[in-house]
Design a protein around this ligand. Structure first.
Ligand code: PPS
Length: 203
């Protein structure tokens, strides 16, 4: 009987199922993955995630968007924006992505996920082979100019503490699989780039 891993609640054991992820997906060679979009608020993560989700589903590949803002309405509603809360936000969301991958869905995760150490934890949870880190590198000035929710204006006025890019850090990925600046690349082209990247292995 396997022991509980260090740091876990004691007397909890893993119960393996009889169906593998590949069998669930219809056979050998099928894989699921998580496209992890990281970038500033207003960088275009959610727009790109939803467009890619639509493209994948229309191509017959089940996909699902996990969006930071949306998960904070439910599963993560108890979390704020301190470094500790963001870490827990990313940990829980990565666990959900892992489950969805196991169920056969391609996950498109859209989280600011500003700290490298938190993204590395997500990579470890999901599995490095199936974690496609994508930097939505739209510059802060462009995001602030767009300001779709008026959050930058509020942050500049001191009304939102620890706002990423203004009063809280953003650490860009060092070796992302892909980098997309939505300030200079049209949405359709960005979507195509991600789709082609996935097509090699997952579609
Ligand atoms: S994180 O850093 O990954 O835990 O954040 P995430 O779960 O992706 O949530 C980001 C959205 O929360 C809104 N918001 C803030 N963002 C950054 N800093 C602060 N302080 C903050 N307060 C609220 C904002 O709408 C983010 O949405 P996006 O879609 O990124 O613009």
């Amino acid at each position: 009987t396997p022991e509980a891993a260090p740091g876990q609640t004691p007397h909890i054991y893993w119960h393996a199922g009889q169906v593998t992820a590949q069998a669930r997906m219809g056979g050998v060679g099928r894989r699921a993955a998580t496209v992890w979009l990281t970038g500033l608020s207003g960088a275009g993560k959610s727009t790109l995630a939803c467009a890619l989700e639509k493209m994948l589903v229309e191509a017959g590949r089940p996909a699902y968007v996990l969006d930071g803002d949306n998960l904070r309405h439910g599963l993560n509603r108890d979390l704020g924006f301190t470094p500790e809360d963001r870490q827990e936000n990313i940990r829980r969301s990565a666990e959900v992505a892992r489950l969805m991958n196991d169920a056969g869905l391609i996950v498109i995760a859209a989280f600011i996920s500003p700290l490298r150490r938190d993204r590395e934890q997500a990579r470890a949870i999901i599995g490095a082979d199936d974690f496609i880190e994508t930097h939505i590198s739209t510059p802060c000035g462009v995001c602030e100019e767009r300001d779709p929710k008026g959050l930058y204006r509020k942050a500049r006025a001191g009304l939102i503490p620890e706002f990423t890019g203004i009063s809280a850090p953003y650490e860009a990925p060092e070796q992302p699989a892909l980098t997309i600046d939505t300030g200079s690349m049209p949405l359709a082209q960005a979507c195509e780039l991600l789709f082609e990247h996935l097509a090699k292995r997952y579609i």
